[in-house]
Design a protein around this ligand. Structure first.
Ligand SMILES: *Cc1c(COP(=O)(O)O)cnc(C)c1O
Ligand SMILES: [Zn+2]
Length: 411
């Protein structure tokens, strides 16, 4: 069915359960976020709740119309194509791990090189709907470069507050896309507060992850694609690198929407991988009690998060899917980055390679079986940060052609 209206939806607070009309709220639940201060995990994150009977009525599995799951009218979509990334079986990784049905969803092939494009796409569409021409975000890199890219495609302004420690390629992307980059001599939390101050002062939209509910909605499109690409069956498990916990919540939301619309009958198990020294969500699942870390430290910059903004929802997502979390060391991540590249042809940034590091842990492998696909969500492209793997690799010194020729049998 083409040309239907937007599926009716409202926002539900993931903490108190209150419902709000679409235009009655913009960011967090007004009740639960009263005491919220920058630097804390977010309270009152909102989730779009659709009229699932409406989707049921109009969804045709033979010709799926995914726009039925969108929270913004298609007429506001940015022109930059985002998503529809490849999904394929990784046979060499099956030999490596001793498991079958290993699939890669390569979201590093999005326009700016990460899954963050999906969230930026939907938030920019929302800004267009609201007739706002500037979107601001605080980011350690990928969300910022994604926002700058999508804004560039529609002549909108992206304002970015980023800590100076972000990988150079990500900062360079922002500049090339024409984003206004303010590098903060301080932490990500400082950048977050500054972005809030900026959006409160001006008529701009704030895209901070989980703070704007459509960041979660945007990321769920990866789940909808995985379902189609997996022959309309939910996979057995999806392995997701976790920092703020928004990607894993988006995955959950996508599969949840599909189940509530009667399109699928179960959720895949969501397996969250965190870096050992940036594992606030893992610790939360282990202890049942949330506390932020003093500092987070990992080479995987995209999952280096001391105060995960979407901790509460991420925990619910993992538990309700029958999933779990595990941690990997920086050495595991570096090794997995090389193994992934050399056994699949995919050069992923360290955070994305953490999915393979997680899969290779016995704790993970023992939980999985041969029934149904095991999906590694490759969230970002390796070229975004070459400094990290270069520390482990040595580029061979140049030799004269004659010397190479003389030693040819040694190659
Ligand atoms: C943002 C990001 C993550 C982590 O997502 P969260 O929503 O912060 O958990 C993982 N990998 C890459 C490449 C990212 O950019
Ligand atoms: Zn609430």
């Amino acid at each position: 069915m083409v040309g239907h209206q937007l599926t009716p939806f409202n926002y539900r607070c993931t903490q108190c359960g209150r419902h709000f009309e679409r235009d009655a709220v913009t960011y967090l639940c007004p009740h639960c976020s009263i005491a919220y201060q920058a630097g804390q995990t977010l309270c009152g994150v909102l989730q779009a709740e659709f009229d699932y009977d409406y989707i049921r009525r109009y969804f045709n599995p033979a010709a799926p119309d995914w726009q039925l799951f969108s929270a913004v009218e298609a007429s506001f979509s940015p022109s930059l194509p985002v998503g529809q990334t490849p999904y394929f079986q990784a046979y060499q990784l099956e030999s490596l791990s001793g498991l079958s049905n290993i699939y890669l969803k390569n979201d590093g092939l999005n326009p700016s090189g990460s899954l963050k494009d999906r969230a930026s796409y939907l938030v920019v569409a929302e800004a267009k709907r609201k007739d706002i021409d500037t979107v601001v975000t605080a980011s350690t890199g990928n969300a910022a470069s994604a926002l700058a890219a999508v804004c560039a495609s529609c002549g909108m302004k992206a304002v970015i507050f980023a800590p100076a420690s972000a990988p150079k390629a990500k900062l360079l992307q922002i500049l090339l896309y024409g984003g206004q980059l303010i590098t903060v001599d301080g932490s990500y939390d400082d950048a977050f507060s500054l972005s809030l101050a900026y959006s409160q002062r001006n008529n701009v939209l704030n895209r901070n992850t989980a703070y704007h509910p459509l960041t979660i909605e945007g990321k769920k499109s990866a789940a909808l694609e995985i379902l189609t690409q997996n022959g309309m069956h939910p996979p057995q498990a999806v392995i997701v690198p976790v920092g703020d916990g928004v990607i894993i919540s988006g995955m959950y939301k996508g599969f949840y929407d599909l189940m509530d619309s009667g399109i699928t009958d179960r959720l895949p198990r969501l397996i969250g991988v965190q870096a050992e020294k940036s594992a606030a969500i893992h610790r939360y699942l282990q202890t049942g009690c949330f506390s932020a870390l003093k500092t987070a430290q990992t080479i995987a910059d995209s999952i280096s998060v001391a105060v995960p903004s979407n901790a509460y929802m991420a925990r619910q997502a993992i538990l309700q899917s029958g999933g779990f979390t595990l941690t990997v060391s920086d050495e595991d991540i570096m090794q997995a980055q090389q193994l992934l590249a050399a056994n699949s042809g995919i050069f992923a940034e360290p955070a994305a390679a953490a999915t393979l590091a997680g899969l290779l842990k016995d704790d993970c492998r023992n939980e999985l079986n041969s029934k149904g696909s095991i999906v590694l969500l490759i969230t970002g492209h390796g070229l975004k940060d070459i400094a990290t793997p270069l520390e482990q690799m040595r580029i061979p010194a140049a030799q004269k052609p004659q010397a190479i020729l003389d030693n040819m049998e040694a190659i």
